[in-house]
Design a protein around this ligand. Sequence first.
Ligand SMILES: [Fe+2]
Ligand SMILES: [Fe+2]
Length: 267
Amino acid sequence: MDEPYRASPDIYVLPTHLPVPGVGKIPVNAFLLLAEEPVLIDAGLGVDESEFVAALESIISPLDLRWIWLTHDDADHLGNIQKVMDLAPNARLATHGLGALRMSTWWPVPLKRVHALTLDDRLHVGDRTLRAVRPPVFDNPTSTGIYDESTGALFSVDAFGGILPELTQDAAEVPDEDLIQGMLAWATFDTPWVHLVDEGRFEGVLEAVRTLQPTRVLSSHLPAAERGIEGFLSFLRSLRDADPFVAPDKEAFDEVVRQIETPSPPG
Ligand SMILES: [Fe+2]
Ligand SMILES: [Fe+2]
């Protein structure tokens, strides 16, 4: 795992990353929202279990968590969900109902603790209201983003992710060219259906995000980004005509594995 950092007075990022040999790194973020009723958003990578729990406990006692908002049931978001649910008995699991049922096929989800969310639901967490929103692009039908109506922060799930040469704690520190190329590489892989969408309907989806006027975008796969939503929406508009991602064939995959397994030289 990487060092937790504060994206705003009320938001901690719990970051880790996945290496992409020859290309860069994919940030993988969980978040802690310090609302009056604290909310953990996603649960990291399972390979990081002890580090994830330590990072969380360095900020808050899990006993104080009131909500765990799982954005969707992909492995890079729920790695430590069972562990965290055990450590946080006072927290309810806010997530897509069918995602909760799907997870219960492989771990004993305490379904009585599930608060099922549908789009546009509002969850009151003491001092603020969180709205369940569909991210403009997504890789899983249970994807449920968060719009914090009190601060304008948008937790955009997998949307606006990027494969970056270097990790930062602020998207503004990534050179523009690296950011665009990295977001393009991520989005064409993660949302291959984007090339099939109707232009007018997709424009409506982008307009819905613009209407929110997010003050801050917290993607699960990008450093925290302040403002700049217009640039992000223009980027999404360009995706339809981008070159589709092509998965590695066996030879290319074997080369990726070789690079992962070869230790990098010191220094
Ligand atoms: Fe995903
Ligand atoms: Fe993801």
